[in-house]
Design a protein around this ligand. Structure first.
Ligand SMILES: [Zn+2]
Length: 187
């Protein structure tokens, strides 16, 4: 019975993708809680041109990113989503506006909670848990976009603009260090 349901759902998704030229808009998980509970997996690609909230930060919007969402249940039975996003984006250098190639390596574990639910103080302060409030339906493109935004360096710059080899220097701003700083700050 469960197998049958999974196939039907996949088939439906395939048809939607084929029917729609702008299939990105329709990449949704209808019920994020059921998706996690039933250990489903969904993967695909998104054109960077469609991820409009990134555009101000980019020197070029061609190309695409690949993503994968895997649902499962945690130790306490909580619904979890493991989201990975890969691909290369061309960030605009804050000094010269030329491209800095940046490889995405997003790997986030998100705990799905009903939108509007009050989290306890303990839950809010628990650094090991990342909560994702959803009504029921999850917009995949929006989530992927959010996670990319979190992973990007705040102020990418070439070490020396215009010099040969300068494109490698974007690593000077470590996105993980930036994130760690944000997370470590008291409210
Ligand atoms: Zn530059």
């Amino acid at each position: 019975m469960k197998q049958h349901f999974v196939l039907t759902w996949k088939a439906k998704n395939n048809i939607i993708s084929r029917l729609s030229r702008n299939s990105y808009r329709l990449k949704r998980i209808n019920d994020a809680f059921a998706f996690a509970r039933d250990s489903r997996v969904l993967e695909g690609t998104l054109a960077i041109a469609e991820l409009e909230r990134l555009h101000d930060l980019l020197a070029d919007v061609t190309g695409e990113v690949s993503w994968r969402i895997e649902g499962f249940k945690g130790k306490r039975g909580e619904p979890l989503l493991q989201l990975t996003v890969g691909g290369t984006v061309l960030l605009a250098c804050q000094r010269c506006l030329e491209a800095i190639s940046f490889d995405l390596d997003v790997d986030s574990l998100l705990e799905v909670v009903p939108a509007g639910v009050e989290l306890s103080q303990d839950e809010l302060e628990d650094d090991t848990r990342d909560f994702l409030p959803v009504e029921r339906e999850l917009d995949v493109a929006e989530l992927v976009e959010d996670e990319i935004l979190l992973a990007l360096p705040v102020a990418p710059r070439h070490e020396r603009c215009g010099l040969p080899g300068a494109a490698d220097a974007g690593e000077r701003v470590n996105p993980f260090a930036t994130l760690a700083n944000l997370k470590g700050k008291p409210n």
